[in-house]
Design a protein around this ligand. Structure first.
Ligand SMILES: [Zn+2]
Length: 409
């Protein structure tokens, strides 16, 4: 943190005067779903199992083309909100092209669902490996492609194991939803509850994870489903012993406080996770359950959740969670997430409100909802200016999104 006057001289380097703007590291969204960008306001808040039932029902008619239009629209929304890196999961992988067109850095995970075992599981994994290689070919230089076994309630231990053992899928980034809701715990421990009702109502069997102790984390650990670098979204239903188990396995956590609050999932024990050395970052999830890809807003939700847990939130800590914290979660902590020599130039300029306490608490001024993101650079290239996105074709993206939203409605 510092002032312009403290910078060393930059002779011979072009200088852009950003006025009173505050420069911060580009925000890193550690868990989001760009393909569901157009679902805002369409799925009512409810307990998690009932919400998922409504989501499945509401998205039954949403086509891949609609999800593609949603991903391109969502990438622009994220960019305008100061995000420079997204860690996405989705069934179609459309976020890869959307990120490339917008200039965002990205890790895009192709979602896997199912309870297959044996030859059927290997066949499904092979199919996904081929899809991943195709998506990797199409991705730009700033876009990685990985895999997401969706969750312990939608993916069985045999298929999950095949994903991790596969030379293509298992060698890259892996993300999942882990221990998100009380309904997930009820499903795994007792095979009952609203989540079971939702899954059986669409003709599927809920996945079963025998072994381990109580809760979700110990069952995943017992089945060998946790591995170093796993990006585990939510981690709300995490007991006293679970944080140590997650740390021991090198799991990283994407904290999504807005979605957790809307779906009555509870409060993630962030301080307990951080205390055992687990990297914790912030994720916006999707407008189907939370806000619209706005990490500064998510940081304010994180601050409120921290206060509810009896810990005074510090703005600088909340901003750090959405920059270097998230960068470590997605495996890019050495490349991005802070403004230090040697890292890639992912930088965002934020214009603070006139009466913001810029000198006393610049992080608080950045998180103030009245502050505006006025410019962004990814890998040294400007991707957002005061006039809007520099690379994306905003007009045609908005037109396609409007048409898709009208079909979905
Ligand atoms: Zn999610």
């Amino acid at each position: 943190m510092g002032r312009e006057r403290d910078l060393p001289p930059c002779d011979g380097v072009p200088v852009t005067d950003m006025g009173d703007a505050i420069l911060i590291p580009g925000l890193v969204d550690a868990h989001c779903h760009l393909e569901w960008g157009l679902m805002g306001g369409l799925v009512p808040d409810a307990g998690f199992g009932d919400w998922l039932g409504a989501f499945i029902h509401r998205t039954a008619g949403v086509t891949p083309a609609d999800r593609e239009a949603g991903a391109h629209w969502a990438a622009i929304v994220a960019l305008r909100n100061g995000t420079t890196t997204i860690c996405d999961s989705g069934p179609g992988g459309f976020a890869a092209a959307a990120a490339a067109a917008t200039g965002l850095r990205a890790i895009v995970h192709l979602e896997v669902f199912g309870r297959e075992s044996g030859a059927a599981a290997r066949e499904k994994v092979m199919h996904h490996g081929e899809a991943l290689l195709r998506a990797r070919d199409d991705a730009g230089p700033l876009v990685q492609v990985g895999v997401s076994p969706h969750s312990p309630y939608t993916v069985g231990p045999a298929l999950w194991g095949e994903v991790l053992a596969d030379p293509i899928l298992g060698s890259g980034s892996v993300a999942s939803h882990v221990a998100e809701s009380p309904d997930e715990v009820l499903l795994l421990e007792e095979g009952v509850g609203p989540l079971v009702d939702t899954i059986t109502s669409v003709g599927r069997d809920p996945a079963s994870w025998p072994g381990g102790g109580p809760g979700v984390v110990s069952r995943l650990a017992a089945a060998g489903a946790l591995r170093k670098g796993l990006i585990a979204a939510h981690c709300v239903q995490v007991g006293a012993d679970d944080a140590g188990v997650l740390a021991e396995h090198g799991v990283r956590v994407a904290h999504c406080p807005h979605s957790n609050a809307r779906l009555s999932c509870g409060d993630a024990p962030v301080e307990a996770l951080e205390a055992v050395g687990i990297p914790v970052g912030l994720g916006t999830d999707s407008p189907a359950s939370a806000g619209a890809y706005d990490l500064r807003d998510e940081a304010r939700w994180a601050a409120e959740a921290r206060a509810r847990r009896g810990v005074s939130p510090v703005a600088a800590d909340m901003l750090a969670m959405s920059t270097i914290g998230s960068a470590r979660v997605v495996g890019l902590g050495r490349e991005i997430g802070s403004l230090v020599p040697g890292k890639r130039a992912d930088i965002v300029a934020v214009q603070p409100a006139e009466d913001a306490p810029v000198d006393a608490d610049p992080a608080l001024a950045v998180l103030d909802p009245r502050a505006r993101v006025v410019a962004s650079w990814v890998d040294g290239r400007q991707v957002l200016s005061a006039d809007g996105p520099v690379l994306a074709d905003t007009g045609s993206v908005n037109a396609a999104a409007r048409e898709a939203r009208a079909r979905i409605m």
